[in-house]
Ligand binder design. Structure first.
Ligand code: C2O
Ligand code: CU
Length: 453
């Protein structure tokens, strides 16, 4: 086998991982990536064998105050390499968890110490970045909640991690990993939806109760068009970042990896059920049920105010900013690159998708940005599929045709055939991935990286 850059790094990983972490061992709480089991299906079924953080799904919710530090020692009890990526955190590059780009993969039996500050309040999450198309589909993910100094006045704050599983008939995870048909089409779409690992998520509430619902799509590839019933809802944050003003909504569409924070007031009466549902052409499927009993107060509260903004630097002058073109191609009914490329483990991966004409991680960055520079990326989705484009280490804004800009996001859902431009201030030094979060798409080509220096 030719000694490529990636194979070489993999070969040296085992020697270098253990030593540096040991000195600080006592201060790091463990986070084990380990096989386990979970009652994902109804009680008539046996628990489903999964892989999860600390053996459960979802993994432990990590809560930390804004500006605080997260410290976790990842212990790999899986039979394959893994890492942890802290999705949406404007993080120290060395802690970003991308194998072969920001760290060595963590081999079975090895560990890695993650320690980083969290600059922004909001709803974030963590998941592996090695074979994520398999490791996340088996249950490795958890919520990372960064709390505002001034928490909004709500009666309850609930995290809802919405996932999509592909089950065999006995509610074991279907072993159809690496299926070319999935990879070239929409990705691995499942047949069973859970919220926080529960097939039937039920949260009893009271009329006029106010909840903050932190919704996150942790599925491999499924887009969730969600709607609320029996509640009045305001969208207050997207991908962790507060909106300038709350927006009254009755629906929100979440692509893979996207989050939406809602503040909701329960309007359904005693004995009724408020709901979050997934809408489709034929109607609605219950995702989360909120049966109402009693009331929290006699009248609803006043509309909520905006959350305190995070300190993300404002965009520089867009007319002076460099524009990088990012052609997205491939997939069924599209221009597939063909052939194979060398994947992380040295195996040959079919090249089904490409970014800027390249399938898989290129050896050189898509572009290099100066520290503090405002960059525009024009993404052209010349495929027959939607893609959830995620940038690491930064939040960006969509730039519309009239020059106006959208809210801060870390993941943008692009429809088939759509062109979208994003802009961000490259203020975080390091090497950062930009990839599709439909995990089968990135695995078979849809990934690239950029350098900020
Ligand atoms: Cu949520 Cu590159 O990942
Ligand atoms: Cu995609």
């Amino acid at each position: 086998m030719p000694l490529t850059r990636r194979a070489f790094l993999a070969g040296t990983a085992a020697m270098s991982v253990a030593a540096p972490g040991l000195a600080r061992a006592s201060t790091y709480q463990q986070l084990r990536a380990a096989p386990g089991s979970a009652q994902l299906a109804p009680s008539g079924y046996a628990p489903t064998p999964i892989w999860g953080y600390d053996g459960g799904v979802p993994g432990p919710t990590i809560r930390v105050p804004q500006g605080g530090r997260v410290t976790r020692r990842l212990i790999n009890e899986l039979a394959q390499d893994t890492t942890v990526h802290w999705h949406g955190i404007r993080i120290d590059n060395a802690m970003d968890g991308v194998p072969h780009l920001t760290q060595h993969p963590v081999a079975p039996g090895d560990s890695f110490d993650y320690g980083f500050e969290v600059p922004d309040a909001g709803t974030y999450w963590y998941h592996p970045h090695n074979r994520s198309w398999e490791q996340m589909a088996r249950g490795l993910y958890g919520a990372l909640i960064v709390e505002e100094a001034d928490l909004p006045a709500v009666d309850r704050d609930e995290v809802l991690l919405i996932d999509d599983w592909r089950f065999a008939e006995d509610a074991t995870i279907h072993e159809s990993f690496g299926m070319m048909h999935d990879w070239a089409h929409a990705g691995r779409i499942g047949n069973w939806v859970t919220v926080n690992g529960q097939g039937e998520y039920v949260l009893p509430v009271r009329q006029n109760e106010r909840l903050r619902l932190r919704l996150a799509n942790t599925a491999n590839a499924r887009v969730f068009p969600l709607a609320v019933m029996g509640m009045r809802a305001w969208l207050v944050a997207l991908d962790g970042m507060p909106l300038a003003a709350p927006a009254s909504v009755d629906a929100v569409r979440l692509g893979p990896a996207q989050r939406a924070d809602l503040i909701v007031d329960i309007t359904a009466s005693d004995g009724e059920v408020a709901r979050v549902v997934e809408t489709d052409r034929d109607g609605a499927l219950a995702v989360a049920d909120f049966p109402v009993s009693g009331s929290a107060r006699s009248a609803p509260l006043d509309a909520p105010g905006a959350l305190a903004p995070n300190h993300v630097p404002p965009l520089g002058a867009l007319e002076d900013a460099a524009v990088v073109e990012l052609a997205m191609a491939g997939g069924a009914m599209g221009r597939m690159p063909g052939g194979t490329f060398a994947g992380h483990d040295g195996e040959e991966v079919p090249a089904l998708w490409s970014l800027a004409g390249h399938a898989g991680m290129p050896d050189v960055p898509l572009f290099q940005a100066g520290l503090g520079e405002t960059v525009r990326i024009r993404m052209i989705n010349d495929t027959a599929w939607p893609h959830a484009m995620h940038l690491h280490g930064h939040h960006f804004r969509q730039v519309f045709g009239d020059g106006s800009t959208g809210p801060l996001r870390d993941t943008l859902l692009m429809e088939r055939g759509e062109t979208a431009e994003i802009a961000f201030v490259a203020d975080n030094p390091g090497d950062w991935m930009l990839h599709c979060h439909m995990l089968e798409h990135s695995a078979s080509g849809m990934m690239t990286w950029l350098r900020v220096a």
